[in-house]
Structure formats: C-alpha cells, structure tokens
Design a protein around this ligand. Structure first.
Ligand code: PLP
Length: 380
C-alpha cells in the first residue's frame, strides 16, 4: 500500500542532506569534543562550524547564543525550570502551548501562573500586574497552524522585564526566519520537524539571557551540560540549510484547494482558523460526522497518515486543549482531523488525500445504510 504521509507537524522523514551529514560526521568526528587530543579538537571544531552555520541561517552574529539540546521538549522544560527557581516568580503562558510548555508550567509554577493575553498591550499590563518572570507564547501552533504575533508580544515582555520563551518548533523550515532575533529571549527549535533527526534541537538565547538549562559538565558555554550529539547537530543544520522556503506559497495553494474540495464533497466540513494567518502546510478540519479516531482508522487502512492534532494522554480522550481554548464545542473537537504536508508533497498527493477522505465518507454512508452518514446538523 503506498503511504500518503500527511503528518509532517508530528515529524518529518530524514532528508538526504541530513542523512549524508549524519553519516559523514559520525564516521569522522566520533571523538568527544571535550577531550584534549587532536582528533577531539577536530570534533570540537566541527561542532563550532555547525553552530556558526546555524547562526548564519538564523541571521545572528554571535553563534554562542545557540545552545544545542536534545529537542524542543528539553529546551522548553529547562527554560521553565530555570525561571521557576525563584519561588516568588510567576508565569504567563498561552492556553494553546504545546504540552512540553504547559505541563512544566503547571508543575513548576503550581498556583503561580495565568493565561497569557495574546495582544501586546494587554500582555504588558498582565506582566506588570502579575509580576511574571517568564512568558511562554509559541510562534506557530502545531494543531491549527495559527501564527502568533511573537515579535510584538516579545517586545511587550521585554519592556516589562519578563523572559519571553518562544516555542518556534513548528516555524523552522516553514517560515522566513529573518526576524527571528525579535522572537524572544529563548527561541526553541527541533530538528525532526524540518527533515533532521529525532532527539536534537536548540535554544537561541537572546543577548544577556543567562540561563543554565542543565547542570553537569561545562559543555555548551556552560548553558547545557552533556556530551553533544555532534552527528545529530550536523544533520540538523544540513536539514535547515536544505529547507526550501520559496515553495511555501505553492504549499498553501495546494492546502487551500484541498480544503475547498473537501468542503464541496463532504458538506458541513470546515477548516479551523482559515481566516487568520497560519502555517502554509496545516489544515485542521472539523468533519461533518463520525469521530476522528474512526476517520484515522479508516484512512490508515488505505495508507493515509493524518492525526487528531492532540495525542490522547494515557488513554483518556480529553480532546484537544487547543480547540477547547478556541471555544470549539466538544462534539466538534471529537470530529477534528489534522492534515499537515511537507515541502515535497505533490499536488497529486493532495488529490489522492481528497479522494481518500471521499472514499471513507462514502464507506461510512454505505455501512449506515443511508445515502450519507448521519450529519450533525448543529455543525452546518
Ligand atoms: N513544541 C511544539 C510546538 C511541537 O510541535 C513539538 C513536537 O511535537 C514539540 C514542542 C516537542 O518537540 P520535541 O519532539 O523536539 O521534543
């Protein structure tokens, strides 16, 4: 069965450039970069070359502002833990953050955090009122693709003297990064979302951000202890170098055409947040009938990989906290399916995806003995 992979917001396949860089680096530079003999020195230089190449890609002058981590979850957790060390400190976080932000905020700022307003003046006022030491607001939402005005929000936080944590995991490889320096004090990325390997990522620290993310050895300029995953880091940088931004408008055009096709073939379908700025590759659909897990199972049987947007935790189907925060009713959240394409997704694949949705829809209708599946009239 040919696979139709439309879950790039969950993870991406390793791109050729990343694979080559990973193999070459792990073959040649396997010594510990912190050791003192010449081959280790070569590994250390390879590491610093990767840091410089990433700094170039991000358009920043000082490569030492980049701290390599094991991914976005670690960088988010470590930033929040570091900011929570002061027991008087409080936090503000947007309600649509990824669980790798919301869970550590809840845990380490238990009773000391509030929802962050997503409008700059209101955010500045909320920081001053609450005395928040940290604000966490993502650049792009993983479920709906919604883009947040992070440069303005980060500026408001800076003025009010709070650390601004921007989980930009879904932005790399999808958005223009030229303004990244204005995205916050700690800007977080993860390789496996843009064609790099799993288990490697980075935090870009703003000038003067003195966060000790992990203690132990002196690696990463003292910000994050632990032997660096040099091959993973080299592969991550190669993947970002390889990311093809100019194709993003074509990607959005395919996505938009798919949404129109689905809306005409499955009346009552609606995309979430299509009227606001969003990532070019993401479509969160509220389908007209049947639970999303049923859709996923049926689509999976014909080789289609899509997701519900939120992984159900420990078997409890609590539904997407992002859609809940947007005020979408539970019965609609139960029918939400997320589709996310990659840079190489072709128009033919989008067409095949639309056909797969139509096929499952017809199949539901046949089984229910109706002409069409039972529609939830409330959603029309
Ligand atoms: N933040 C966002 C917005 C994500 O989409 C993800 C991926 O699931 C993460 C954080 C976690 O990233 P990682 O897998 O690198 O820990």
């Amino acid at each position: 069965l040919p696979e139709l992979y439309f879950d790039h917001n969950a993870t991406t396949p390793l791109c050729g450039a990343a694979r080559d860089a990973w193999l070459a680096t792990s073959d040649r530079f396997w010594h510990n970069p912190s050791s003192l003999y010449p081959p280790a020195g070569a590994a250390k230089r390879r590491l610093e070359d990767a840091r410089e190449a990433l700094a170039d890609l991000l358009g920043i002058d000082d490569p030492e502002r980049i701290v390599f981590t094991s991914g976005a979850t670690e960088a988010n957790n470590a930033t929040i833990v570091a900011c929570a060390a002061d027991p008087r400190s409080t936090a503000l976080a947007s309600p649509i953050e990824h669980p790798s932000v919301l869970a550590p905020v809840r845990r380490h700022f238990d009773g000391r955090w509030h929802e962050a307003p997503l409008e700059p003046d209101a955010l500045g006022a909320a920081i001053r009122e609450s005395g928040a030491g940290i604000v966490a607001i993502m650049a792009a939402n993983n479920e709906t693709g919604a883009l947040l005005p992070v440069p303005d929000l980060a500026a408001a936080a800076r003025e009010a003297a709070a650390v601004f944590l921007c989980d930009a995991t879904q932005a790399f490889g999808k958005l223009d990064l030229r303004e990244i320096d204005s995205w916050g004090d700690v800007v977080v990325g993860s390789a496996h979302k843009f064609g790099g390997p799993k288990g490697v990522g980075f935090a870009l620290l703003n000038k003067g951000t003195e966060l000790r993310l992990q203690t132990g050895g002196p690696q990463e300029m003292g910000h994050r202890a632990g032997t660096e995953d040099l091959a993973g880091i080299a592969a991550m940088v190669a993947a970002l170098e390889d990311a093809d931004l100019p194709s993003t408008s074509a990607e959005a055009a395919h996505r938009d055409a798919f949404e129109r096709t689905i809306a005409s073939r499955l009346p009552g379908t609606r995309p979430v947040g299509a009227e606001a700025p969003r990532l070019p590759n993401t479509s969160m659909l509220i389908l007209p009938a049947e639970r999303n897990l049923k859709w996923l199972t049926r689509l999976g049987r014909v080789g289609v990989c899509v997701s519900t947007g939120s992984a159900c935790s420990s078997g409890a189907e609590s539904g997407s906290h992002v859609l809940q925060a947007m005020g979408i009713p539970h019965d609609e959240i139960d029918r939400a399916v997320r589709v996310s394409s990659g840079p190489d997704t072709s128009e033919a694949e989008w067409d095949a995806l639309a056909d797969a949705f139509s096929g499952v829809w017809e199949d539901f209708a046949d089984r229910s003995g109706d002409r069409k599946p039972s529609l939830d009239l409330g959603s029309l």
